[in-house]
Write a protein that binds this ligand. Structure first.
Ligand code: AMP
Length: 408
């Protein structure tokens, strides 16, 4: 199937050509015609599937056609709500790329930076607004933004909004939108709260379920290293010094852990920076920019800071610590091996993490191959995974949130 077959107009086809996209991805094949017909959408899809283009392309087309018919005033018609500033910036970049020949105005507004420039750009007129919930509400309250004319609303990464505690803000925003609108709802997972939220927002949606969460796990070459917690740092340094790791995104569980690791790697003259919630917006942007243009080899990140970050040709994802939520493992490793590129995921697993590994195995329905020979092999090399089911472990450790999981 070709993009032309989806009914896309010439300015978009031209932009896709300059992006060197030859074929629509499965989510694009399904979503684009539905959005062009003004239908609501409920899409279960994670980043890496091409979901941004799946909503951006048809929305640009709808707006472009309005403009051609002379129906477009400079009021915000399209609103994309996304959980993090990094995603907001990335989505705006996508609108810019796909809309290069459409002549529409787009803007991303997000917290952590001064409102001044955002307000100034808003005053000049914006067609497509990409926003994080807090800053959007702030600007609405201060009457810099009116949501009255929104015709198309995209809720991106709804499950992450829930995880980050943004659902009340999302609901406040939805309440301010015109009732008559098109809503496109995207979520990587569909826990019951998210299903309920979607039902409250969508009318007769076209349903698309693209990514069983284990998809990335099938395309990325994975290895697990059993290693004592205290040896993890040395093992990482060893791998970065000896292995052919061109670029690595290293995940830690905490901001503090990210900084500590970053300092230790720097002492070994490894070119590294960290991104997490305590870093300023400009520091995060700079680190990301350097990582994307390959002047930075190693980026240490927490899950929230790295969520959805789109880095082309990232060779390695390294889980310095295993995540508590198995789906997060799949999201992390999905940062590599994108659009058919080969990627590798290395996970360090300490004694106390074996049960987390077991749960990941269950989710991805495969056992990650174990690296048998490395210099920091666990003294107790009994690699058998614990017999105790992880569900019990989770309910001890994760309290109420576990319910979401078990009901899935
Ligand atoms: P997303 O899921 O929106 O984060 O997109 C993941 C990556 O796939 C991005 O780098 C896009 O530029 C790329 N991409 C999206 N659609 C296509 C396509 N049809 N062909 C090739 N690459 C694509």
């Amino acid at each position: 199937m070709d993009f032309k077959d989806l009914g896309l107009i010439v300015p978009l086809l031209k932009a896709l050509q300059s992006q060197e996209y030859t074929q629509p991805t499965p989510i694009q094949q399904k979503a684009i015609p539905a959005v062009l017909q003004n239908k609501d959408l409920l899409a279960c899809a994670q980043t890496g599937t091409g979901k941004t283009a799946a909503f951006a392309l048809p929305l640009i087309q709808l707006l472009y056609q309005q403009k051609e018919e002379g129906r477009s005033a400079k009021t915000i018609k399209v609103l994309v709500l996304t959980p993090t500033r990094e995603l907001a910036i990335q989505i705006e970049e996508s609108f810019k790329a796909y809309g290069a020949f459409a002549g529409l105005k787009h803007l991303a507004v997000y917290g952590g930076v001064s409102k001044f420039h955002q307000v100034r750009q808003l005053q000049q007129g914006v067609d497509i607004l990409i926003a994080t919930p807090g800053r959007l509400l702030d600007l609405v309250m201060q009457r810099h933004i009116s949501l009255q004319h929104i015709e198309n609303f995209v809720l991106d990464e709804a499950d992450r909004m829930l995880d980050m505690g943004f659902i009340t803000d999302v609901q406040k925003i939805v309440n301010k939108l015109p009732v008559k609108r098109q809503t496109l709802f995207f979520s990587a997972t569909m826990p019951p709260e998210i299903v309920r939220l979607s039902q409250s927002m969508l009318q007769n949606p076209v349903k698309i379920d693209i990514t069983p969460v284990s998809t990335a796990a099938e395309t990325v070459e994975q290895t697990v290293y059993f290693v004592e917690k205290t040896d993890k740092r040395s093992l990482l340094i060893h791998l970065l010094k000896t292995n052919e790791i061109e670029s690595a995104l290293v995940f830690t569980e905490t901001k503090f852990g990210a900084d500590k690791l970053c300092n230790a790697l720097r002492r070994e003259n490894i070119n590294v920076q960290a991104i997490h919630g305590n870093k300023s917006q400009s520091e995060r942007q700079r680190a990301l920019h350097n990582f994307k243009n390959k002047s930075l080899r190693v980026l240490v990140a927490t899950d929230i800071a790295a969520r959805g970050i789109d880095i082309e040709s990232l060779s390695h994802v390294i889980n310095f610590e295993l995540p508590n939520i198995p789906e997060t493992y799949v999201h992390r490793i999905g940062r590599t091996g994108r659009a058919g590129a080969s990627g590798k995921a290395i996970s360090f697993c300490g004694m106390e993490e074996k049960m987390l590994l077991r749960d990941i195995h269950k989710l991805i329905a495969q056992s990650i191959p174990v690296m048998q020979n490395h210099p920091y092999q666990m003294a107790d090399a009994n690699l058998a995974l614990p017999a105790k089911p992880l569900i019990a472990y989770r309910s001890l450790n994760r309290g109420g949130r576990n319910k979401t999981f078990m009901q899935r």
